[in-house]
Design a protein around this ligand. Structure first.
Ligand SMILES: Nc1ncnc2c1ncn2[C@@H]1O[C@H](COP(=O)(O)OP(=O)(O)OP(=O)(O)O)[C@@H](O)[C@H]1O
Ligand SMILES: [Mg+2]
Length: 278
């Protein structure tokens, strides 16, 4: 690892220009030589990745290698950290989200984020889901939107008779699905998930994994996980990041999940996925 420039191994031809049957595919998100700094510290170095539309891509790698930093760069959440700076390009459906003319609030609506710890507002279940749409001046039928979002988040059946109860009264797994419903309600195109199940028990975790599979018909999903089984089970593509000797995170390998987990092209990847480090 240290002293060696891992370069990037792209084995996921399907993630690039064409699907297996040759039809062209579109990328929801693409980074070109993206680096992210905190002050003078480069946390992420020259990341070039493509995230295919309506697929689930997992970001894996040891603690501190910059996974959350990468994710936050995708909806300009890093803007909220004063020392943070992004170099290189980040394209959302072909448009650079760091162009001056781009409104970060609009980016955050279209690229939603679900965090590690479920973080419902101390408000009713209904208000939690309606909140973002309300802020955005949603003109449609709010009851319908709340129901539809809760259904998509696989929570409706458990909460439809208690929508006025606090979101905080729900179990951890339900709270995380509520946060997913809240994200869905503003109709994003991409959902970023930063270790969304790490605070949940195995049953609630599987529930969320099933839900993620259902969501990919409508959304592109980028998920950070420390759980190798989860990455292997739940994602179509996987990017493995690791730190160089300056502690800057880089992409070591990117590929179709089935391939990366069964035939990793790099020894570093193999060591990580088999639990030899990280
Ligand atoms: N707000 C910040 N200010 C300064 N440095 C930061 C900030 N956030 C993260 N870093 C640094 O950037 C690097 C990458 O951090 P990041 O949180 O992205 O890693 P990670 O891969 O998500 O780790 P984990 O798996 O532990 O969540 C680390 O060295 C971290 O200390
Ligand atoms: Mg993190």
């Amino acid at each position: 690892m240290a002293g060696e420039d891992p370069g990037v191994v792209i084995t996921a031809t399907a993630a690039r220009g064409a699907a297996d049957d040759g039809t062209p595919v579109t990328q929801a998100m693409e980074t070109v030589d993206m680096s992210v700094f905190y002050g003078s510290f480069r946390a992420v170095k020259n990341v070039s990745l493509q995230f295919r539309d309506h697929r689930i891509t997992a970001l894996i790698g040891p603690s501190g290698c910059g996974k959350s930093t990468v994710l936050r760069a995708f909806n300009r959440m890093n803007d909220l950290i004063p020392t943070s700076r992004v170099e290189g390009r980040v394209f959302f459906h072909g448009n650079d989200i760091y162009e001056e003319s781009v409104d970060p609030v609009e980016v955050r609506r279209r690229v939603g984020m679900v965090f590690q710890k479920p973080n419902p507002f101390p408000k009713s279940i209904y208000s939690n889901v309606a909140w973002g749409a309300k802020v955005n001046g949603y003109k449609g039928n709010m009851d319908d939107l709340v129901e539809q979002s809760l259904r998509q988040a696989a929570l409706w059946d458990e909460v439809n008779d208690k929508l006025d109860q606090s979101g905080l009264s729900l179990s951890g797994g339900q709270q995380q699905r509520l946060c997913i419903a809240r994200t869905i309600a503003v109709k994003p195109e991409i959902i970023l998930m930063d270790e969304p199940t790490s605070a949940l028990d195995p049953i609630a975790t599987l529930r969320i994994e099933e839900l993620i599979q259902e969501l990919k018909d409508r959304y592109t999903i980028i998920i950070v996980t420390h759980n190798m089984q989860q990455a292997a089970r739940a994602s179509d593509f996987t990017a493995f990041l690791n730190m160089d000797q300056d502690r800057a995170g880089q992409v070591v390998e990117f590929g179709a999940t089935a391939e990366l987990f069964t035939r990793p092209a790099r020894k570093e990847t193999e060591d990580y996925i088999t639990g030899r480090f990280g």
